[in-house]
Design a protein around this ligand. Structure first.
Ligand SMILES: Cc1cc2nc3c(=O)[nH]c(=O)nc-3n(C[C@H](O)[C@H](O)[C@H](O)COP(=O)(O)O)c2cc1C
Length: 371
């Protein structure tokens, strides 16, 4: 089965090319996830590292989607930041709400990723496991150990957190694709042994099991149809948008933050991958990760050598200002990707999904004319 057939089978409500709303912690909640799903995409609730309000958001999504069947999957996903999220507390929630997908990101170790995956599959076997990776090595480790259904390949243009050292999806996605194909084409020893056992008379169930291969989705720097078409050309089965949905009506985002996303242009120059914003907010990401955000006063002062305590004091003061705290001359954090300059207006999330999806065809026709 090719990537698109697999996606249509696993998420029957989708339209292709598939547009996914990234699980942005605190911002992508029920309203955004539901709207994206209703438009034929897949919406995610960003649980992040703190799952204390997760059931409230899932309850809201369930009510909005009118899904009452006790066996059906809830047609949205939940995104966890695994190094901080509580596994034991998350599993009963997954069991109760049976999301169509869980999205794992930044586990503290490969064994932790395996544990999250196994326990999810035990309590909700139909829930698909997605893992966001930022390098060829991370992709291969995930494939070898957790066998995720989907790999979200995140390039370094992405807004928010990701690997501190990375490549853009234009090179990362095809290299991951080749490496993963090679990996799944030559199964590890263990699998070969299993196959031999089956051939020697075990099983007897008939029907050949389909070979494992994850669907690859592209994330990082895609905000409109041109980027989406390019990602498909690179071999992606679908597209993930984060930054673009910051400018949606359904995002749970302050007006000041959203205004800054609309204002910022030339993201390669005006955003940066840094740990400064995490340090000020005391978020405890590993050294391997940092986050991309719009350059502001906190960053400039940190680069000029301001003492961290002083910078944090000024940041905390800025929080009192509300929406006026965002902007180049201010200090509130505007996590956004390097394609932020292409985000020009606030739209409904459903409109965004349709615009990007339907625009791809026109872009590809334009490409054909240039061949
Ligand atoms: C504001 C913001 C918050 C994010 N929060 C999360 C998160 O909680 N979990 C996660 O896996 N990824 C998170 N991401 C990263 C996205 O999953 C995705 O990789 C990224 O948004 C894609 O790049 P783009 O922003 O250029 O579309 C976040 C991104 C942004 C912009």
């Amino acid at each position: 089965m090719d990537q698109v057939q697999r996606l249509k089978k696993d998420y029957p409500w989708i339209q292709t090319p598939l547009i996914v709303g990234a699980p942005m912690r605190l911002i992508a909640l029920a309203d955004l996830a539901v709207e994206i799903t209703k438009a034929g995409g897949i919406g995610f609730i960003g649980a992040g590292t703190d799952i204390s309000d997760l059931t409230t958001h899932l309850q809201s999504a369930q009510t909005q989607l009118g899904s009452t069947s006790s066996t059906a999957l809830l047609p949205i996903g939940i995104g966890f930041i695994n190094w901080g999220a509580d596994l034991d507390a998350s599993i009963p929630i997954i069991a109760q709400y049976r999301p169509a997908a869980v999205w794992f990101f930044a586990p503290s170790s490969t064994s932790s990723l395996v544990e999250w995956t196994q326990r999810t599959r035990e309590v909700s076997p139909k829930t698909k496991v997605w893992v966001q990776v930022g390098s060829v090595l991370e992709a291969l480790e995930a494939v070898r150990n957790a066998k995720p259904d989907v790999l979200v390949v995140q390039g370094t243009d992405a807004g928010g957190h990701g690997l501190a050292q990375g490549a853009g999806i234009i090179s990362l996605l095809p290299e991951v694709s080749d490496a993963v194909q090679q990996e799944v084409a030559s199964p590890a020893e263990e699998e070969e042994e299993e196959e031999e056992e089956e051939e020697e008379g075990g099983g007897g169930g008939g029907g050949k099991k389909e070979a494992y291969a994850p669907v690859l989705l592209a994330a990082g720097g895609i905000v409109e149809s041109r980027g989406a078409a390019a990602a498909l050309a690179l071999g992606a089965g679908g597209i993930v948008l984060g930054t673009r949905f910051l400018a949606s009506r359904e995002a749970n985002i302050s007006r000041g933050y959203q205004a800054e996303v609309l204002r910022a242009v030339d993201g390669g120059q005006t955003t940066v991958r840094t740990k400064v914003y995490d340090d000020l907010r005391r978020t405890r990401w590993a050294d391997t990760h940092n986050a991309r955000g719009v350059i502001n006063k906190s960053y400039v002062d940190a680069m000029r050598g301001m003492d961290e305590e002083e910078n944090r004091r000024l940041y905390n003061e800025e929080m009192e200002k509300g929406d006026a705290g965002w902007g180049v001359e201010n200090r509130m954090t505007t996590y956004a990707g390097s394609a932020v300059g292409l985000v020009k207006q606030v739209m409904g999330a459903g409109e965004i999904v349709r615009e990007v999806r339907e625009g791809v065809k026109g872009v590809l026709e334009g490409v054909r004319e240039r061949l």
